[in-house]
Design a protein around this ligand. Structure first.
Ligand SMILES: [Zn+2]
Length: 113
């Protein structure tokens, strides 16, 4: 069958760049005896004959995708260096007495009025 010369309208397998699959195509153009253009029978896209060659897959930018945790950790700044001396550590924060705050604000308002 491969000995027979292709003719216009023959059905031939080729890679469709639109469908991105190896599909049936019609021979649409010949240059001498060589197939020049084919038309996809699925999407009717006419393109150069690719001799049934499926293109190599594109390389992904990352060879090995990192885990999500590693990706997030890579974006974070390095942790701050905490000195070991306890004297340098700030004193513990006082707990805010909210009722004292309310009283202070009420007194300020009474002074104004
Ligand atoms: Zn197609």
């Amino acid at each position: 069958m491969s000995d027979r010369l292709s003719r216009l309208g023959d059905v031939i397998d080729d890679y469709c760049p639109t469908c991105r699959l190896l599909l049936n195509h019609d021979v649409a153009a010949l240059v001498g005896v060589a197939i020049a253009k084919v038309t996809c029978r699925t999407c009717f896209n006419t393109h150069d004959f690719r001799k049934g060659q499926v293109p190599a897959k594109r390389k992904s930018k990352k060879e090995e995708p990192k885990s999500l945790v590693d990706q997030v950790l890579a974006t974070l700044p390095p942790p701050p260096v905490i000195p070991l001396a306890s004297a340098a550590a700030p004193p513990p924060r006082k707990r805010r007495d909210l009722w004292a705050e309310v009283k202070r604000i009420q007194e300020q308002q009474q002074k104004k009025s």
